[in-house]
Design a protein around this ligand. Structure first.
Ligand code: THU
Length: 130
């Protein structure tokens, strides 16, 4: 799957967001090494800090299905700027998906691609627990 297609999937996933407090809709599309697709969207909570981001929803969906190897994740919002993953999501993606490509999509459907290690250099990981 080419990254413009993955970006389209993230845009579609955005429709499933539940952000009644921020009204900021985010969609994520995670591509496995075997070209399977897992979607995520942000789901907010009246106890605001319990909100979960689109990226983590996608990663946990994939893990539930037993997926462990990934190639790329696309992230879309309605904002004019590219929507980068928050710090918590960078840690989760790094730890559970590895150094994948992160494709950010803006409202004009332009894309920007960065390696996760560029977004989160010198990351903490399971090797630090040994
Ligand atoms: N959000 C995401 O889903 N992903 C990000 O990378 C940034 C922020 C969500 C969390 C919250 O529901 C809303 O966007 C505003 O912060």
């Amino acid at each position: 799957m080419v990254y413009t297609q993955l970006a389209e999937e993230a845009i579609k996933a955005k429709l499933k967001a539940h952000p009644p407090y921020s009204n900021f809709h985010v969609g994520a599309a995670l591509l496995t090494e075997n070209n399977k697709l897992y979607l995520g969207a942000n789901i907010e909570n009246s106890s605001y800090s319990l909100t979960i981001c689109a990226e983590r929803t996608a990663v946990f969906n994939a893990y539930l299905e037993g997926e462990r190897k990934f190639k790329a994740m696309a992230i879309a919002s309605d904002a004019p700027d590219f929507c980068p993953p928050c710090g918590a999501c960078r840690q989760v993606i790094s730890d559970l998906c590895g150094n994948i490509d992160v494709i950010m999509v803006n409202h004009k459907k332009e894309i920007k691609v960065l390696k996760l290690s560029d977004l989160l250099p010198f990351a903490f990981g399971d090797e630090n627990l040994r």
